[in-house]
Write a protein that binds this ligand. Structure first.
Ligand SMILES: *[C@@H]1O[C@H](CO)[C@@H](O)[C@H](O)[C@H]1NC(C)=O
Ligand SMILES: *[C@@H]1O[C@H](CO)[C@@H](O)[C@H](O)[C@H]1NC(C)=O
Ligand SMILES: *[C@@H]1O[C@H](CO)[C@@H](O)[C@H](O)[C@H]1NC(C)=O
Ligand SMILES: *[C@@H]1O[C@H](CO)[C@@H](O)[C@H](O)[C@H]1NC(C)=O
Length: 422
């Protein structure tokens, strides 16, 4: 049977274009469907919850993406899924809860793997206590990755803030997550069906849908391709994921293929072409929350910064909470100036609203965030702000106990580093 909640969500988004009487009719028939399915499966318990929210939104206000709870019906039921979460926790009080609600709780039986450097924001990772399952956590003290001759031949330091070393640090972060997954598989004698690879600084405005899982292909978002492939998110079956995540160990093969001067995205693309894995792109509802400043309006090779309030999907474009300076008909002329194979991102159909990001985050960004984030997310932001040392240490101790493989500094070190710096 098709998933009624999904159909409902689809209709709700278009509520404004439709005669409400037609909608009422659809709702009535869906309620009936839900009733029927309630009697047979357990998964529909969640369906019945989600039928109420759209009702509210149809009759009171236009539905925002955030008023729709995650659809907890898992068509990948029975599949084993690993979620690989990598990167620094800079604004994790904003991104973490969205990842938990819109990825981890949607695929409740998935195992989370975290690979993150120790810094003054790492304490925010205790928010992962709300994740349904945690298999592995590795929080490491960053140190230089040795540069091999073939890496120096294949990679370019151009446009990477820390040169080739910066690329290698990032590749190590990603491949390290695969290493954690493989160790766990070996120990427990199984192989995951799917691996979802995502970033600690990703803000998800809507759930990751099951349509993004396609056997034998690797799925990445469109845009932000910088001469290769958008490397800010990916999902695939186990074999294609091994190709995607082997960012360091495939470099000798890129070298043998005679490739040189690659940036991260170009190397990523070459991993798939040399290993003959087909890549497809699908639009995805997340953006990368960044504190960096960017020129506005962006030049041909500049970086557009989306407002978190954009209707989306934002396909992993850079974003921040802002009052957008450019919406509607203003967006096209600016985005059309960008080079399509570089920082360009999809903007058609009013999905994108732009920030002027040439300064720090504006005063009052907290309220702007809370207004778009919906009900549950702002509380994490406030809790992190109010956290004291005892609560932080207790939070990490709890996380440690819940995690099958925990590898990180002592809780008081992580917490001390963070709370002192505030
Ligand atoms: C989903 O998985 C659970 C346990 O793995 C099983 O009991 C249930 O029948 C499955 N449901 C469907 C619709 O496949
Ligand atoms: C692992 O699983 C396979 C197939 O299910 C089985 O034949 C093998 O004995 C298992 N090995 C261990 C060490 O449990
Ligand atoms: C995945 O790769 C392994 C080893 O290379 C191979 O034996 C297996 O058939 C592959 N599985 C799929 C679904 O392609
Ligand atoms: C914009 O909307 C039109 C009409 O619904 C659709 O055909 C088109 O694919 C959309 N464009 C994008 C980029 O989503």
């Amino acid at each position: 049977m098709k998933n009624p909640a999904k159909i409902l969500t689809h209709f709700t988004k278009r509520a404004s274009d439709l005669d409400w009487r037609i909608l009422l009719l659809i709702l009535l028939s869906l309620t009936f469907l839900t009733y029927v399915s309630l009697s047979s499966t357990t998964t529909t318990v969640f369906v019945s919850i989600s039928t109420f929210t759209p009702l509210k939104s149809i009759f009171h206000a236009p539905a925002t993406p955030n008023s729709i709870p995650p659809v907890r019906v898992n068509p990948l039921n029975g599949s084993r899924i690993a979620v690989c979460l990598v990167g620094g926790a800079r604004r994790f009080e904003l991104t973490g809860p969205s990842i938990i609600e819109r990825i981890l709780k949607v695929y409740e039986n998935s195992d989370l793997y975290l690979h993150s450097p120790l810094d003054s924001n790492a304490y925010k990772l205790l928010l992962l206590n709300d994740a349904p399952r945690i298999a592995g956590v590795k929080i490491f003290e960053p140190k230089p990755v040795p540069e091999t001759e073939s890496e120096v031949r294949v990679l370019t330091p151009a446009n990477s803030p820390n040169g080739i070393q910066g690329l290698l640090q990032y590749f190590n972060l990603v491949e390290g997550c695969l290493t954690m997954i493989q160790a766990y598989q070996k120990e427990n004698n199984f192989t995951y069906d799917w691996i979802i690879r995502t970033r600690v600084d990703g803000y998800w405005s809507e759930p990751l849908g099951p349509e993004n899982f396609i056997r034998g292909r690797y799925m990445v978002p469109p845009g932000s391709s910088y001469g290769g492939l958008n490397d800010r998110f990916g999902v695939g079956d186990y074999n294609t994921s091994v190709v995607a995540l082997s960012r360091l160990s495939l470099i000798p093969q890129l070298d043998s293929a005679g490739l040189t001067q690659l940036n991260s995205e170009a190397a990523y693309k070459a991993q798939f072409t040399t290993q003959k894995v087909q890549v497809i792109t699908k639009r995805l509802p997340f953006c990368i929350v960044t504190d960096r400043k960017y020129e506005y309006p962006p030049a041909r090779f500049g970086v557009p910064v989306a407002s978190l309030s954009s209707p989306g999907p934002l396909n992993g474009a850079k974003c921040r909470p802002c009052k957008p300076v450019c919406t509607g008909s203003c967006v096209g002329p600016i985005m059309n100036r960008l080079y399509k194979g570089w920082s360009w991102t999809e903007w058609a159909n009013n999905t994108l609203e732009l920030c002027d990001a040439h300064r720090e985050w504006e005063n009052g960004w907290e309220k702007l965030f809370d207004d778009v984030a919906g009900k549950n997310l702002p509380s994490a932001r406030k809790n992190i702000r109010a956290l004291n040392m005892d609560q932080c240490v207790n939070g990490f101790e709890k996380l440690k106990k819940r995690t099958a493989h925990y590898d990180g500094p002592r809780s008081d070190k992580i917490c001390g580093l963070g709370l002192k710096s505030r």
